[in-house]
Write a protein that binds this ligand. Structure first.
Ligand SMILES: Nc1ncnc2c1ncn2[C@@H]1O[C@H](COP(=O)(O)OP(=O)(O)OP(=O)(O)O)[C@@H](O)[C@H]1O
Length: 476
């Protein structure tokens, strides 16, 4: 017989659960306050299998009770009971080890029953199953990884009707996580539609999101559905939401509040039922303070926030991700040498997993090796392993900045070019090649003033030889 502890100061709630759980042949104990819980734990009753804990008691906080119960009975699963306004604290409870949370009022008895049954019938969480589910979406991590907790919480949130904001540096796997949440949710049979708010030019973003009527603007030769319509009943993934221009932020807010929108060029109100998952590598709270991002929009998008730790904070994941990638790409023909794996673990990875995969690709392309050894890796990785205390050869922020700008530029160019009926692609690519020289020359010209036109000093600052500097300046 399962022993269940119900902690709530509201009589209706405790009576409801007594009836509900006794019907399931559980042995139910009730506590109405934090003080009663303390007394109970002090008396050392036999272990509980499950505790249902109200988040807000007059004399105690559910998060503190969770910690006390878990210390006393580590195997007892704890479910937090919460109102909508305290869902964010309930998510903190998930991160602190609660099994799940139940939202008050308990209108949806069927899902309440499912959640409670799943804990009573399957008391020990199955981490292996979770790892396998995440792997289906390409998410690899080690058993000791801090990412495991994020995935476990995400899996629980997936089933709730709540918008999610994913934070993380570039290349940490925000899009993979968004796909995992969609796939683990009840919306899984419906579309997952993603849009990169930073990559679409402002003039096109509105029609991409909301669609347009035929003739709404020059080039609108036929009526087109926008992403909101396409994602109906599914998930809309707003990548790089921090880049959305202010005009679009206002329109997004309206859709989030009402589910209503209008196609560009139409006055007919349409409705769409989507769950929003947004992602950002910026700190949106700071953006709000700087008036770059609307506070009301952030509040709506961030029903809850999940943060993906950077790769350098989970070095144990690196060999697993690397080997799994090599296996997939080269059909098991390339093995990662343990010393090379150690070197990969010592690097800081400012571009995170994406950068790791690029390094593996480049290394394999150059050496075509069956076993990837330390000597095959790029010199800056060797340097890092030999002098772990040295500062990074390239400043991480600059590298991040370049990665972001380049990605945005490429996307926006591709979007613009794909509108053209006919194209001289070679001319376009020739022009783009010229940009390398233009950027090099402009950076040098600006920087020369910082060194009082001392070219020798500047070549050192820029890590290039005098010959390269002259070459870039077209001086031959
Ligand atoms: N845990 C992981 N295991 C294996 N591959 C991963 C993992 N995380 C990310 N990747 C891979 O790294 C690359 C970048 O992932 P993704 O696009 O999801 O990152 P992101 O955070 O959304 O990036 P950005 O901020 O630039 O949009 C992809 O190739 C993805 O498959």
């Amino acid at each position: 017989m399962s022993r269940v502890l119900v902690i709530d100061d509201e009589m209706e709630v405790t009576s409801f659960f007594r009836y509900f759980l006794e019907d399931k042949r559980c042995d139910v104990t009730i506590a109405n306050s934090g003080r009663e819980v303390d007394e109970l734990l002090h008396r050392h009753p036999s272990p509980f299998h499950l505790a249902l804990v109200d988040l807000k008691l007059p004399d105690a906080n559910g998060l503190d009770l969770l910690a006390k119960i878990k210390t006393r009975y580590p195997d007892c699963e704890v479910m937090i009971m919460t109102g909508y306004s305290t869902v964010k604290s309930a998510v903190l409870a998930l991160q602190a080890g609660a099994k799940d949370y139940l939202e008050k009022p308990f209108d949806d008895l069927e899902s309440l029953e499912n959640i409670i049954n799943s804990v009573l019938l399957n008391p020990v969480g199955n981490t292996e199953k979770l790892n396998m589910e995440a792997a289906q979406y390409g998410i690899i991590f080690s058993n000791s990884s801090p990412l495991q907790k994020v995935i476990a919480v995400a899996e629980k949130l997936a089933k709730k009707a709540i918008n999610i904001l994913i934070e993380g540096e570039t290349g940490t796997g925000k899009e993979l996580l968004a796909r995992f949440i969609h796939g683990s949710s009840l919306r899984a049979p419906y579309p997952f539609v993603g849009i990169n708010c930073g990559a679409v030019p402002e003039s096109l973003l509105e029609s991409e999101l909301f669609g347009h009527e035929k003739g709404a603007f020059s080039g609108a030769i036929r009526t087109r559905k926008g992403y909101f319509e396409l994602a109906n009943n599914g998930t809309l993934f707003l990548d790089e939401i921090g880049e959305a221009p202010t005009s679009i932020q206002v329109k997004l807010l309206r859709v989030l509040e009402t589910g209503e929108f209008m196609r560009v060029g139409s006055e007919e109100i349409q409705k769409s039922n989507v769950r929003f998952i947004s992602a950002t590598n910026r700190n949106l709270e700071t953006e709000v303070q700087n008036k770059q991002f609307r506070a009301d929009l952030l509040y709506r998008l961030e029903g809850v926030k999940l943060s993906i730790p950077p790769l350098r904070d989970r070095p144990g994941d690196i060999p697993l991700i690397a080997q799994s990638y090599l296996d997939k790409k080269y059909g098991g023909e390339c093995r990662l040498d343990p010393d090379a794996a150690e070197m990969l673990k010592m690097y800081d990875w400012p571009g995170n997993v994406r950068q790791l995969l690029n390094v593996l690709n480049q290394t394999h392309a150059i050496h075509e090796c069956k076993c990837l050894k330390p000597d095959h890796l790029p010199p800056y990785l060797l340097q890092r392993a030999e002098h772990p205390d040295n500062p990074m050869p390239i400043d991480r922020q600059i590298e991040d900045f370049i990665e972001r700008e380049a990605k945005q530029f490429v996307q926006s160019l591709v979007n613009g070019l794909s509108q053209a009926e006919q194209l001289h692609l070679k001319k376009v690519l020739d022009r783009i090649r010229k940009m390398e020289g233009e950027i090099g020359r402009k950076v040098i010209e600006r920087k020369l003033s910082e060194t009082n036109r001392d070219r020798q000093l500047l070549s050192k600052k820029l890590n290039i030889s005098m010959r390269t500097l002259r070459y870039i300046l077209n001086e031959k």
